[in-house]
Write a protein that binds this ligand. Structure first.
Ligand code: CDP
Length: 294
């Protein structure tokens, strides 16, 4: 689409930005990228465009072509892409990942919830947590997501999987090779043909080593324990010290297991969130994805 120079003459940068904005309203920016090419003489227009809040990407580029003073708006079908967010317990990954998926208008998969659902099933059925016993029942476990809910064999278990027993045992279960095999397959299947944000421990290293965007978010154990303590104060009667101990124990198992340990992918952006607010972490990630701060 071209906005002809004749239509632009005599208009202020702000008016031109409004004109472009009117055109953008009709474009589904969750499915498309929009490339706006602005001639050098209207460069100031891009400053105004930056002030609008769009879902999806809008890229502007200036043009140095003296014969062409039109503004062009090109719509490019968005390629599916994966955003991998890894990191230790309570580093804020899940909240950040959810927020990112909302801003970009793409899907979100909480892979930790899948390991928790598996653990919940095994505990509920009194199955001992060995590879041999787990293998016998693995075909009976069906995990699904509906909006924000986690469904196990048709039952909504979103609350149950956050319980203490599950939290205590999940790292043991997730170190069992067959569990990882089945869940990694499921994660890849769910993600097929979509743009998606996944958070976990091994997304950038094992599940999607070719993910377009990779982040590793961490914070000190004390800061993470404090965050979890504040989050769960009303629902759990655990002291800060107990939470810190649990979290350190889980860090050790997750980081030292043989298969897919918690580890930063070499090409992941490292974010230490100890001194950052959630909003700052989200902003940093969005800027990197949009190519504003690389
Ligand atoms: O509660 P928290 O946010 O720390 O953890 P989670 O993301 O709900 O994950 C729970 C547990 O699942 C982790 O401690 C890991 O043992 C395991 N997990 C994993 O092994 N691989 C993943 N991709 C995600 C979680």
């Amino acid at each position: 689409m071209i906005i002809n120079n004749l239509k632009l003459e005599g208009k202020s940068s702000k008016d031109i930005a409004n004109l472009i904005y009117e055109e953008l309203k009709n474009i589904d920016t969750t499915k498309n990228d929009v490339l706006i090419t602005i001639p050098e003489m209207y460069q100031e227009v891009s400053n105004y465009l930056d002030k609008y809040d769009f879902e999806g990407f809008v890229k502007t580029s200036t043009l140095e072509d003296e014969d062409n003073n039109d503004i062009s708006i090109d719509i490019v079908e968005k390629e599916n892409f994966v955003v991998a967010i890894d990191g230790p317990s309570a580093s804020g990954k899940s909240t950040v990942a959810k927020e990112i998926s909302k801003i970009l208008g793409i899907n979100y998969l909480d892979t930790g919830a899948m390991y928790r659902a598996f653990t919940y099933y095994l505990l509920k059925e009194n199955i001992s947590l060995t590879e041999e016993e787990i293998k016998k029942v693995i075909g009976n476990i069906n995990i699904d997501f509906e909006k924000d809910s986690v469904i196990l064999n048709g039952e909504d278990i979103s609350k149950e999987i956050r319980g203490d027993e599950v939290t205590k045992n999940v790292s043991r279960v997730s170190a069992v090779p067959i569990v990882r095999e089945v869940l990694v397959d499921l994660q890849r299947n769910i993600s097929k043909g979509k743009s998606i944000v996944l958070d976990g421990r091994d997304i950038g290293t094992v599940v999607f080593p070719d993910a377009k965007y990779k982040f590793f978010i961490t914070a000190t154990a004390e800061e993470r324990a404090m965050r979890r303590y504040k989050d769960e104060k009303s629902s759990l009667d655990k002291s800060y010290e107990e939470i810190l101990e649990d979290l350190k124990a889980r860090d050790i198992i997750d980081s030292n297991r043989k298969i897919s340990p918690l580890k930063q992918a070499e090409d992941a952006h490292f974010i230490d969130s100890t001194e950052m607010t959630l909003k700052e972490v989200v902003e940093k990630i969005i800027n990197i994805i949009r190519g504003i701060d690389v």
